[in-house]
Design a protein around this ligand. Structure first.
Ligand code: AMP
Length: 395
């Protein structure tokens, strides 16, 4: 993809409006529970400071019902931002954007929650124009918002020349490399609860992959569609037809599908529940499938040995409850080892997937992990993301 590069932008003395994602999880006392997204914004801000730009940061926070809901003000971010940057960031709570012109080169100002403005989430063009007037260029550094047609995340980019921030640039490069120009064989690992939420993903992936592993709750719908009784497992009978269509499409596209060849079943969905391993056609009526079995894990490892690129979304079992995290954790650790030894490029993403890889202590060795849930999925589904379209080089 040919997109604008921040290193080519004229920045000296210019005002850059930077879309960041400061939608950080926090306690009621204002303390930040996870500062990953804040940290992700720092390299771009420092790059702009060095280039002598005036920096206006914009972000959303939560889902406010009314303007100026003090609980959803972005002011709580300022102390952490000051610490991370080693300089003072000013906070501007004016919804009329008063005093934004007072900012000097090298200085940073954070504007109040963009969702306090009516029209932000509907992508109002007048709001985008007002925002665009505050600066000379737009920098989108919040990949997690790139699937949204909101005024501050993509509509403003139709007005101002737009560049990806450094975090965004990494996301685009890694994901497009894994999806558009990967080294083959390319393997997908798709798990999670339901087929219904990932139909488009599976449909698009079988066109791009050589091998597709299907695990987690969604595999149950496939197993049932293939004539296995799945007892009291999580599954979606109304999607059995879809599952069969996906298998047919995979065959046409020469994509080998690996479904669980054995499963771990229990009578209760709880930690340390009594369990047994069996073949998919031996599940009793009062049992539920909560993980893939040892043979399946072996099948997945053998497939990983052949792969050069691996794309992963969704856990392979109910990984939050012990011991049903085994297939997810063993596969994650194996993939991370192959990545470390240079055999595969591994890209993973989606909220639960990141949690699952962290749970397996495997996240650090993946080539790239995208923390953007919705945007990562929509990209894998083959959709054009509005927040990325604005970054394409215009003739
Ligand atoms: P998703 O958000 O679709 O990626 O789904 C993630 C959730 O699926 C996690 O909370 C897992 O515990 C759950 N999950 C995965 N496999 C199973 C399974 N066999 N039975 C029930 N839940 C599962």
């Amino acid at each position: 993809m040919d997109f604008n590069r921040l290193k080519d932008a004229q920045l000296d003395g210019k005002t850059a409006i930077v879309r960041v994602d400061f939608n950080l999880p926090k306690n009621d006392d204002g303390s930040i529970l996870d500062d990953t997204r804040l940290k992700a914004a720092i390299p771009t801000i420092n790059f702009l400071r060095k280039a002598n730009a005036k920096i206006i940061l914009i972000s959303h926070f939560g889902r406010p019902n009314k303007k100026n809901d003090p609980k959803l003000s972005l002011s709580f971010v300022i102390p952490a931002l000051n610490r991370a940057l080693g300089t003072k960031v000013s906070f501007n709570d004016s919804l009329e954007f008063k005093d934004t012109h007072k900012i000097k080169p090298g200085e940073i100002m954070l504007l109040e929650n963009m969702r306090f403005h009516e029209g932000e989430t509907s992508g109002n063009i007048e709001l985008a124009k007002k925002l665009a007037k505050l600066g000379d260029i737009f920098i989108q550094d919040a990949f997690s918002t790139a699937h949204r047609e909101h005024s501050s995340s993509s509509v403003i980019g139709k007005i101002l020349t737009s560049y990806p921030g450094l975090a965004m640039e990494r996301e685009i490069q890694h994901i497009s490399h894994a999806l558009d120009t990967p080294k083959s064989p390319v393997m997908g690992v798709v798990g999670g609860a339901k087929v219904s939420t990932k139909i488009e993903l599976l449909g698009n992936l079988v066109k791009k992959l050589d091998i597709l592993v299907i695990g987690g709750g969604m595999a149950n719908t496939f197993l049932s569609a293939l004539g296995n009784g799945v007892g009291s497992s999580l599954y979606e009978p109304s999607f059995e037809k879809t599952a069969l269509e996906i298998l047919k499409k995979a065959k046409q596209e020469n994509c080998k599908v690996i479904l669980p060849s054995d499963v771990i079943v229990a009578k209760h969905f709880q930690a340390n529940a009594e369990f047994r391993q069996c073949s998919p056609n031996e599940v009793l009526n009062d049992e539920m499938i909560l993980d893939c079995g040892a043979n399946s894990i072996n099948d997945i490892k053998l497939a990983l040995d052949k792969a050069k690129t691996v794309i992963w979304n969704g856990p392979l079992g109910a990984f939050e409850i012990n011991p049903f995290d085994k297939a997810t954790s063993e596969t994650a650790v194996y993939a991370s080892q192959l990545t470390k030894s240079g055999q595969i490029v591994s890209v993973a993403g989606g909220g639960d997937t990141v949690a699952a890889l962290k749970h397996a202590s495997a996240a650090d060795d993946f080539t790239f992990i995208s923390t953007a849930g919705g945007a990562f999925l929509e990209w894998l589904e083959g959709k054009n993301l509005p927040g990325i379209e604005i970054l394409r080089k215009r003739p």
